[in-house]
Design a protein around this ligand. Structure first.
Ligand code: COA
Ligand code: AMP
Length: 636
């Protein structure tokens, strides 16, 4: 091993593995609970564990009020930077707490109480974070829906979460394009079976929304009349939020996060993984609609007493490829977190990264996640910035990093392509199909030995069977991550990609199964298969292979355009669904299963062998030729 058994990382990982209850009790003691937990870990049954079950706390109190009580009230808690609306705003901890308490008062007056759900469908404005924290303050449960999702996707989430109230804004701004959110919300409510009692709309001056009398309230007006609400104590095991993520089917999964484990894990990660201290400026260039935004724009930095940057813009075009460096210099960002795709986009626009005009001396490290950090991008960022570039691997389900270079414990030598080592608390194994632990350097399924540490999902909202069947029954005693990879002789983890039908487009997790359902609805399509293929900036993009119904003649270009429109309408523009090809046959096993892995290998120009179970071997060469003709095969 590169680390010796006496290395700080190694020692801490061993402690967390050997005596998890003691280890996490010590971490829990760092927080300001209303009632400190004594029951640290309880096993309910073979699959369910509970952390800190007798603890009582409030997450918004830990994020705001507790810091004010400790004298941090005048420190900046949140910086809003929006090149797209040409505005910047700072909130001290006291100002943010007051805004949150005031908005919590609005929600409380609308009947929102402990356990009630509130859906938040917002662009990247401070009111999104304020709404999340206000819901947490009331002990209610938020479910943030990424602003790029369509009305259909929003309706699915409204039906599943059954919110009393939806909080939204009149519009988002995508570079220079205004996205009217309110009509999408109205449409979603028409489509959904469940009807929220109220919608609270933040009116942005760029585009005002029309309001439905009796149902819709104007944020600013409601806040001006509200009484501030206090923090409601909740049990550690009470849910803080539901965050929907893509699975292998069309129906998104509502990942449930509890209050206690979440606060303890995030606080630990801020110190052990990110090496962040109170007062540090932390910038996660993500969106509050994703787990990164929940954990490291809102809760993690605030619980840890940092200053968090909330950025409404892109890495490029707002206004140029220097946007990230401008923000880092202007606010003296200490820790930057972004997706590899953002750096690939910057490199494409400005390969020489003209950094001289920016003072990046405050920046200590750059963390990347959301998709695999390809070695070329790692080298580029590292060379340009001359700072540690830390790839770390995690998922919506875990809520915090499973593997990382633990900067707060020990900065280890980086290996390009590896997310370094399992974070203390995570017990990572590589398994084969039958659940046997593989040796080092052997590639297989990445699985986490139970119990998972605090902060990970506790169930799927309203569908515990899906939680058990989807994650816990594949390998006995393990959580199946859905990712494949290997561990090398030095104990470094290499995450190579999903082993299921989930793809990652520009750091956004999407289900090819869901796209297949939409494409299959086209009247000309008899059968289809959607796979993720390589895309130089976004990492992956979807490609549909289509079998056309007998007797129908179609123009491939027109059909492709129609399918693109259907996927945009049903999922949203963020799916980046742009390519579809008509094939004569799809390679299938004799039992009729489409050989998706084989198709992915063809598109990746990877080595493949044609399985003996294939029904129609000639289909493989045919499809390879079609993909090559359309320039869809990866040119490494
Ligand atoms: N609201 C509405 N629409 C949105 C949206 C939002 N919040 N986010 C994206 N979209 C739309 C875009 O407008 C675009 O629509 P278009 O096809 O009509 O132009 C489409 O979804 C695709 O958007 P995006 O993936 O942002 O592509 P892009 O080409 O505009 O930008 C990047 C490319 C690489 C700059 C951009 O994808 C990026 O910044 N990625 C990083 C994402 C990230 O941080 N992920 C981390 C999660 S941890
Ligand atoms: P999400 O739930 O949207 O955060 O997406 C999680 C998925 O993104 C993981 O299951 C991985 O497939 C991928 N992912 C996230 N971070 C990394 C990383 N550092 N390296 C490789 N894949 C990653």
């Amino acid at each position: 091993m590169t680390t010796t058994s006496h290395s700080p990382y190694q020692a801490e990982h061993q402690r967390a593995t050997a005596t998890p209850e003691l280890f996490w009790q010590q971490q829990a003691a760092k927080l300001n609970w209303y009632k400190t937990p004594h029951q640290i870990l309880q096993q309910q049954d073979k699959h369910h564990y509970h952390w800190f079950s007798d603890g009582v706390l409030n997450t918004a109190y830990l994020a705001l009020d507790s810091h004010i009580e400790q004298g941090r009230g005048e420190q900046t808690a949140l910086i809003y930077d929006s090149p797209v609306s040409n505005s910047q705003q700072r909130f001290t901890y006291r100002e943010l707490r007051d805004a949150v308490a005031q908005f919590a008062g609005v929600l409380k007056a609308l009947g929102v109480g402990k356990g009630d759900r509130v859906v938040i469908y917002m662009p990247m404005i401070p009111q999104a974070a304020i709404a999340m924290l206000a819901v947490a303050r009331l002990g209610a449960v938020h479910s943030v829906v990424f602003g790029g999702f369509s009305a259909h996707e929003l309706a699915l989430r409204i039906d599943d979460a059954q919110p009393k109230v939806v909080v939204s804004a009149s519009c988002g701004i995508e570079i220079s394009k205004l996205i009217a959110y309110k009509p999408l919300l109205d449409d979603a409510i028409v489509k959904a079976q469940h009807k929220p009692d109220y919608c609270v709309i933040y009116q942005r001056p760029q585009l005002l929304a029309s309001m439905q009398s009796g149902r819709d309230l104007d944020w600013q007006q409601a806040v001006s009349k509200a009484e501030p609400a206090g923090c409601v104590p909740v049990k550690a095991t009470d849910p803080l939020y539901i965050l929907y993520t893509s699975g292998t089917t069309g129906k998104p999964k509502g990942v449930v996060r509890d209050n206690g484990g979440h606060a303890v894990a995030l606080n630990y990660s801020m110190q052990a993984v990110y090496n962040a201290k109170p007062g540090d400026v932390f910038w996660a260039a993500s969106d509050v609609g994703w787990v990164v935004g929940h954990s490291y724009i809102v809760y993690g930095p605030l619980i840890a007493g940092c200053t968090s940057v909330l950025y409404e813009g892109k890495p490029v075009f707002t206004p140029d490829a220097g946007a990230f460096w401008r923000v880092c210099a202007q606010y003296k960002v200490n820790i930057l977190f972004a997706a590899p795709t953002a750096f690939r986009a910057i490199r494409k626009e400005d390969p020489d990264a003209a950094l001289q005009q920016y003072d990046l001396s405050a920046l200590r490290a750059i963390f990347v996640a959301g998709e695999r950090l390809d070695p070329a991008t790692y080298q580029w960022v590292h060379q340009k910035l001359g700072k540690p570039v830390i790839d770390h691997w995690w998922q919506t389900e875990t809520g915090w990093p499973i593997a990382a270079n633990p900067a707060g414990l020990e900065l280890m030598n980086a290996k390009p392509g590896s997310s370094t080592v399992p974070v203390p608390g995570f017990n990572v194994h590589i398994l084969n199909d039958s659940g046997k632990v593989l040796r080092t350097n052997e590639q297989g399924y990445i699985a986490l030995k139970l119990p998972l540490p605090p902060g990970c999902l506790t169930t799927i909202w309203g569908n515990d069977e899906r939680f058990v069947a989807g994650y816990l029954e594949t390998f006995d005693g393990y959580y199946a991550s859905g990712d494949g990879g290997y561990i090398d002789d030095d104990g470094y983890l290499f995450v190579m990609g999903r082993t299921d039908d989930v793809i990652n487009v520009a750091g956004h997790r999407l289900s090819t199964g869901e796209m297949e359902q939409i494409v299959a609805n086209h009247p000309a399509v008899a059968e289809c298969c959607v796979i993720g293929i390589h895309e130089p900036i976004k990492g992956q993009q979807p490609l549909a292979l289509l079998l056309i119904k007998n007797g129908i003649t179609v123009d491939e270009t027109i059909l492709e355009a129609e399918l693109v429109a259907m996927v945009r309408e049903e999922i949203g523009a963020l799916a980046c669904f742009k390519k579809a090809i008509i094939v004569k046959r799809l390679p299938k096993t004799r039992s009729g299963k489409i050989l998706r892995k084989l198709l992915r290998q063809i598109a990746d120009a990877a080595q493949y062998s044609i399985p003996s179970t294939i029904d129609d071997p000639a289909s493989v060469a045919e499809i390879a030729q079609l993909m090559a003709d359309r320039g869809l095969i990866n040119q490494p």
